[in-house]
Design a protein around this ligand. Structure first.
Ligand code: C5P
Length: 218
């Protein structure tokens, strides 16, 4: 039987948001943002490890498993991975700054990901995307019909994540999401369609959308 361990990333400083409270702990509807996905992941996964600084541990229920955050997002994932019980053979990584995820999308991700080894939620790109140089000049226009915006959660086989971390640490690589680690190993990664409402709170203008969505579902 497969066992899924979730890593809830709550270790960022949220500098683009401004203010003293990291964005994942801002309160919406009386609840810190991180708690929305903590509750959802706890209902689906055998184990949840929260990666966050000890100053925020008291937000979570007694008995919660914690790991210390690292400097970069990938360092926090690595720290959480080492805190997962050995029985967890699948790792589900989620940014707690995305509180609006839907349980049916996470279920689809788990179903697809457990068949193919690595999968992420994402949405097709709506805008035209151009690659530019430092002077702001267009280098090329990408083919929009093949582009996806990648969200979290992302599911990956634990042995792939461990092997991939060995490789990226050896090569000094930086990755901004988790299935990239499987890509580094040359493993196939599948994208599972998500809802566009699963946005990541990054700057202050993201908050009203999240407040509105959370108010409609609670
Ligand atoms: O910075 P970014 O928006 O990409 O962060 C995505 C998620 O990763 C957030 O939930 C943030 O708290 C977490 N993070 C972390 N450790 C870091 C950087 C980000 O846990 N060093």
């Amino acid at each position: 039987m497969s066992t899924i361990g979730a890593l809830l990333l709550s270790g960022g400083k949220g500098t683009r948001m401004g203010g003293n409270t990291p964005k994942q702990f801002l309160t919406v509807g009386g609840t810190p943002l991180s708690m929305y996905s903590f509750q959802l992941l706890s209902s689906l996964c055998e184990t949840v490890v929260v990666v966050c600084s000890s100053t925020h541990h008291d937000i979570f229920p007694r008995g919660t498993l914690f790991a210390d955050p690292g400097v970069r997002r990938q360092d926090s994932v690595y720290s959480g991975l080492r805190a997962l019980p050995p029985a967890c053979d699948w790792v589900l990584v989620h940014d707690s700054a995305r509180p609006c995820l839907r349980i049916e999308d996470v279920r689809s991700l788990l179903e697809v990901g457990m068949k193919c080894g690595a999968a992420a939620l994402g949405v097709p790109v709506k805008d035209t995307i151009k690659e530019c140089n430092d002077a702001g000049q267009v280098v090329r226009t990408l083919d929009r019909s093949t582009l996806w915006k990648i969200h979290t959660p992302q599911l990956i086989r634990r042995d792939w994540l461990e092997e991939g971390f060995e490789k990226i640490i050896r090569e000094g690589a930086t990755v901004t999401d988790d299935v990239s680690i499987a890509e580094w190993l040359g493993k196939p990664v599948t994208i599972v369609p998500d809802h566009a409402t699963n946005i990541k709170v990054t700057t202050p203008e993201d908050l009203p959308m999240v407040e509105q969505w959370l108010a409609t579902v609670s």
